[in-house]
Design a protein around this ligand. Structure first.
Ligand SMILES: [Zn+2]
Length: 349
């Protein structure tokens, strides 16, 4: 079994589930932390375990450039290389090829491009992407762009699940067509792509609504690149189970804390004397032991610990939020809870 739906919400399409991977069971809905280069920035794997992170993401494009397939193969895959024995999901690299690399040429076989680091020439197509994800040894691999069938036909790492990606922008008929074609090929899970790339919130929900009805109930659904609390709650209400985003680690580096009541700029001068924790009532290591005043001081001085403490808080804030969400689905209060989340998290905006 790949995915078990434990409970469906009666008022919405939210569902409580379990995803079974080669490195453990994932409770869904889940938020996954991004570890682009084989590290969730500033955190150790034991921090991630303590923060109840369930899945770490690796980026195929970045890992292909550095450290490269040979180094990862010598290590026996990314789990051993980075010392994380929980589930790992890898993207296909397609998105970064288009957003970061200097493109040379796109053919039926894939894309020839130059590394954004040193200009070195690479080729990435469905075969190369799946081969790289096989070397990485991820528990969940994503297919490369529109080459779904070729990607599916490649050999996989042992126990590796492969997810298809529903494309189609804001066009309902394209989404439906793409979803039906992918289901015909048959994947272990389905991502809804091209969402959360700066479009208005309503378009994002429309893309989800246009895709979900055509996806099988016994497979997980994943919206890539989304980590805003009320938006994740809205997507879960529409039948989505998985999310990932660089938000918790990225905004920590900018001195911003994610809280259940909106984002707070801890770097701001107004916290200089504040003796409260980063977030009232938060039980993370940062909030149990340090004041806003101290964390602000560390950030202001560019101390590594400030970044680390705020990252610990932010990762916990989203993991705790998903836990809260799963509890709400379990006890039948999801709809009310979702409304409360919208009120709580958007009032500072
Ligand atoms: Zn905290």
């Amino acid at each position: 079994m790949i995915f078990e739906v434990k409970k469906e919400d009666t008022a919405t399409k939210a569902r409580l589930g379990r995803l079974f991977t080669a490195h453990g069971t994932v409770e869904t809905p889940v938020f996954m932390d991004v570890g682009t280069l084989g590290t969730v920035k500033a955190l150790e794997p034991r921090d991630l375990a303590a923060l109840e992170t369930q899945v770490v993401l690796g980026n195929t494009y970045h890992l292909m450039l550095r450290p490269g397939a040979d180094v990862l193969a010598a290590a026996g895959g990314l789990h051993r290389f980075m010392g994380w024995d929980g589930p790992i999901l890898t993207d296909s690299g397609g998105f970064q090829v288009f957003s970061l690399a200097k493109m040379r040429k796109i053919t039926e076989e894939g894309c020839r491009f130059n590394s954004h680091i040193d200009g070195h020439e690479f080729f990435l197509g469905p075969k190369e992407s799946m081969a790289m994800q096989r070397v990485i040894g991820s528990d969940i691999a994503m297919v490369f762009l529109r080459w779904a069938q070729v990607s599916k036909d490649q050999p996989h790492a042992e126990g590796q699940l492969v997810f298809g990606i529903v494309q189609g922008g804001v066009y309902d008929d394209l989404r439906r067509h793409c979803a039906e074609e992918l289901v015909r090929i048959g994947f272990d899970g389905y991502a809804i792509g091209g969402v959360s790339v700066g479009e208005p919130e309503e378009c994002m929900y429309q893309a989800v609504d246009a895709s979900v009805p055509y996806l099988p109930k016994d497979r997980p659904r994943y919206v890539m690149g989304l980590g805003v609390m009320h938006q994740m709650a809205e997507c879960v209400a529409r039948g989505v189970d998985m999310f990932d985003c660089v938000i918790p680690t990225r905004i920590a580096r900018h001195g911003t804390a994610i809280t259940r009541h909106g984002n707070v700029a801890i770097k701001a001068a107004k916290w200089a004397f504040d003796q409260g924790p980063v977030e009232e009532g938060c039980e993370c290591y940062c909030c149990r032991n340090f004041t806003r005043s101290y964390v602000r001081h560390l950030l202001a001085c560019g101390e590594i610990l400030g970044l680390r403490l705020l990252t610990i808080h932010n990762v916990w804030a989203l993991n705790r939020f998903m836990k809260e969400m799963r509890t709400a689905i379990a006890d039948g209060s999801f709809s009310d809870w979702k409304e409360q989340v919208r009120k709580d998290t958007t009032k500072n905006e």
